[in-house]
Design a protein around this ligand. Structure first.
Ligand SMILES: Nc1nc2c(ncn2[C@@H]2O[C@H](COP(=O)(O)OP(=O)(O)OP(=O)(O)O)[C@@H](O)[C@H]2O)c(=O)[nH]1
Ligand SMILES: [Mg+2]
Length: 335
């Protein structure tokens, strides 16, 4: 992903479609601290998420995915989108769109447009799995295979190698969601405790899962009783549940129950398998986030669901330009 150059520049792009009613997701890269200094909304620390009022336009979830990156998730209707775009521009964000910028200007050493686009994509990606695929593209585009169709399911799937998909971990309190995100990140990003309701606000971490960079979100477990703060954190969770590219339901039971998530989970995992050892009814599936068992299988399962093997293995060309909302093709460091 492009880095800020300390000059106070931030670039942004919408990663979600402009359909009414949906959640909108804007990615920001660069000097995101300065961007939010001009707004009354305070940006959370790295790993943190916060529900903020965007100057009266809408309440939005801010998720600080890195020192120089942030996700902004307001409601996604066209009017709110337009107002949020204007607000960001007024605060120095340069909104970019792949279709409007010529990659060959940025990469003059490239032999042709495809190679320039490939170099551009290489400079963006944080997914090791993207690299061999990108390097193979110029040859594939030159051979006369079928031309890839912009926005087709295959293109959108491969674009996840350039724009990290959001993987949300949901489930009732105390099942081990925070233990799982810490295990995946290889460090303590979330607090864990043997107490329901430990995680009150969602926590995000950029994690490479089987070669695919993802934004993993640990959501607070839902409890029916709860104060206003808890209800607000539930509203925050609902955004992530709606917008996640992959919704994972974590339980500590053998019977996996969706628990009224509002959306069918894409993947279900049964944690705390260590406690069920010797249980004759236990099918032997599941994981132990605490002991690290079944974690590698989980990483692979997530990557396969987001970018299936057949897409990685296919010889068909890839456009390398996420089409839904535009990608940052002119990094602040490249000028
Ligand atoms: N035995 C066992 N305990 C686990 C495992 N994973 C997590 N735990 C424990 O379960 C308790 C709850 O774990 P958390 O990760 O805080 O649970 P959570 O789902 O994030 O809970 P909330 O934040 O309340 O929603 C902690 O005491 C963990 O150490 C596991 O695989 N096996
Ligand atoms: Mg937790």
């Amino acid at each position: 992903m492009p880095r800020g150059d300390g000059s106070g520049r931030t670039i942004g792009w919408w990663a979600s479609s402009a359909l009414p009613g949906a959640i909108g997701m804007m990615h920001l890269h660069g000097d995101v601290e300065s961007t939010f200094e001009g707004l009354s909304a305070r940006i959370p620390p790295v790993g943190g998420t916060r529900l903020v009022d965007l100057e009266g336009i809408d309440d939005a979830v801010l998720a600080r995915t890195g020192t120089e990156s942030c996700l902004v998730m307001p409601h996604g209707g066209p009017r709110i989108r337009r107002l949020v775009t204007g607000l960001m521009e007024a605060n120095g964000v340069q909104l970019v769109d792949a279709s409007t910028v010529d990659a060959q200007t940025t990469w003059p050493e490239a032999l042709d447009r495809v190679e320039a686009t490939m170099l551009q994509a290489l400079s963006m990606t944080e997914s090791p799995r993207a690299i061999p695929l990108l390097l193979a593209q110029p040859r594939r585009h030159r051979s006369d295979g079928a031309r890839p169709e912009r926005g087709s399911p295959r293109q959108r799937t491969l674009d996840r190698l350039l724009v990290p998909p959001v993987v949300a971990l949901a489930g009732v309190p105390n099942v081990g969601k925070s233990t799982l995100i810490n295990r995946l990140a290889g460090r303590d990003v979330a607090i864990t405790a043997d107490l329901a309701g430990t995680t009150r606000d969602a926590v995000v971490a950029r994690v490479v899962l089987d070669g695919l960079a993802c934004e993993v979100v640990d959501l607070p477990g839902r409890r029916e009783e709860g104060d206003e703060i808890e209800r607000e954190s539930i509203r925050l969770s609902e955004r992530f549940i709606e917008e996640a590219d992959l919704l994972v339901l974590v339980t500590d039971e053998r019977d996996l129950n969706p628990e009224g998530l509002g959306r069918k989970p894409d993947l279900r995992v049964s944690n705390k398998a260590d406690l069920r050892r010797g249980d004759p009814g236990d099918p032997g599936l599941g994981m132990s986030a605490m002991l690290g068992e079944g974690i590698e299988e989980f990483r692979i399962a997530v990557r396969r669901m987001l970018v299936p093997d057949e897409e990685l293995d296919s010889e068909e060309p890839w456009l390398m330009q996420p089409a839904s909302g535009g990608v940052p093709v002119q990094s602040p460091t490249m000028e």
